[in-house]
Design a protein around this ligand. Sequence first.
Ligand SMILES: NC(=O)C1=CN([C@@H]2O[C@H](COP(=O)(O)OP(=O)(O)OC[C@H]3O[C@@H](n4cnc5c(N)ncnc54)[C@H](OP(=O)(O)O)[C@@H]3O)[C@@H](O)[C@H]2O)C=CC1
Ligand SMILES: Nc1nc(=O)c2c([nH]1)NC[C@@H]1CN(c3ccc(C(=O)N[C@@H](CCC(=O)O)C(=O)O)cc3)C=[N+]21
Length: 362
Amino acid sequence: MKKSLHFRSFFETTPWHKTLRKTLHFHSFSSPPSCTFLGPNLPDVWIPKENNTSPHTLLPQSFQWSNDGHSARIIEGKPIAKQIKLKVADEIRKMKSEIGKFPRLAVVLVGDRKDSHTFIHVKMKACDKVGIGTVVSELPESCTENELLDVVSGFNDDDDVHGIVVQLPLPQHLDEERIMNVIRPEKDVDGFHPLNIGNLAIRGRKPFFIPCASKSCIELLLRHGVEIRGKRVAIIGRSKIAGLPTSLLLQRHHATVSLLHAYTKNPEQITSEADIIVTDVGIANIVRGDWIKKGAVVIDMGTNQVKDSNSGVFRVTGDVCFDEAVKVASAITPVPGGVGPVTISMLLSNTLDSAKRAFGTN
Ligand SMILES: NC(=O)C1=CN([C@@H]2O[C@H](COP(=O)(O)OP(=O)(O)OC[C@H]3O[C@@H](n4cnc5c(N)ncnc54)[C@H](OP(=O)(O)O)[C@@H]3O)[C@@H](O)[C@H]2O)C=CC1
Ligand SMILES: Nc1nc(=O)c2c([nH]1)NC[C@@H]1CN(c3ccc(C(=O)N[C@@H](CCC(=O)O)C(=O)O)cc3)C=[N+]21
């Protein structure tokens, strides 16, 4: 069955099992600055590995929940993503010199969606920069579920692969949940396996991985000193990639969470009472300024391609009408440059964690 598949590495044309890339190139990183850096550090359950302090006590200053006619503070993701990548790269460099091993990520891509190809390219480039080896298996749009399952099983059984990502969405004829179920939970660096999602939902339990966009959201809040405990949070969107796990993670941080979706009536009534709004919808500008309580914090996960009516050029924009929100919110993430870059760095961090567990060096 496997032989009949169209296997192709993203960067090379040799078979996938020969394409595990030893990435030896490092950027000229100086030593990483200390940072709060979110490992699987859920309060009540376990403390961050990076230090022995709760992230809440590491905050530079207490956050001001106000917008007194000023523009909201912009929560920039790029500098945080850079710090996380520096730390990951530094750890991998040490890992290589101490035990001669490094993490490897396998990515599975089905079909020809342009956005999926772009995402994969971004992930591979980020892996390269920090010293994570990569292998990509591309399958045609017409592949069968069993063919895809074979590829995932191959990576499950390969001890040289520490993380597996099946890029979503999959073509309609493939059962996404069946595929997610087959990825070994210990290699599920996206955190979408039911065991990992289930363990995230239940207090006292520890998933192997937390989904990257959700970790990104929390990291941005904590690094900017935003108190989460006891706050009212409205999350719009309940996908397993972003909205649902973010709701689970935020409740683990003791927020009171409302999860809104396509059937929610009058969403603006719920959002306008929230201290923190998180969006994961995929509709540009759906959240208007008057949906937002004065002084609220807005985390915009949406990444939407919008065609400029004058120039005809496509640009990326979030789910939130930024120009309106910035006048009301106390802090807001931009799109691009907010949640997205941190999400990518969390994938690197999860892959490193997985390799450390496999090598027994965690
Ligand atoms: N920046 C990042 O790191 C990431 C960004 N994204 C971005 O987030 C967006 C969503 O992606 P994804 O989660 O995969 O998308 P999905 O289509 O899987 O989920 C969208 C969610 O939005 C809800 N929804 C749709 N329309 C409305 C509406 N009118 N009012 C309220 N809720 C609505 C849906 O509700 P229902 O469940 O009822 O259908 C669904 O839960 C995209 O722009 C994507 O690029 C995603 C992941 C990471
Ligand atoms: N198995 C799987 N795992 C995922 O994590 C996954 C997925 N499938 N399918 C698609 C969604 C979407 N997603 C994004 C990640 C980063 C940016 C990102 O970095 N955005 C840039 C802009 C990118 C641009 O300019 O196009 C930014 O916000 O600055 C966006 C979206 C992960 N997803």
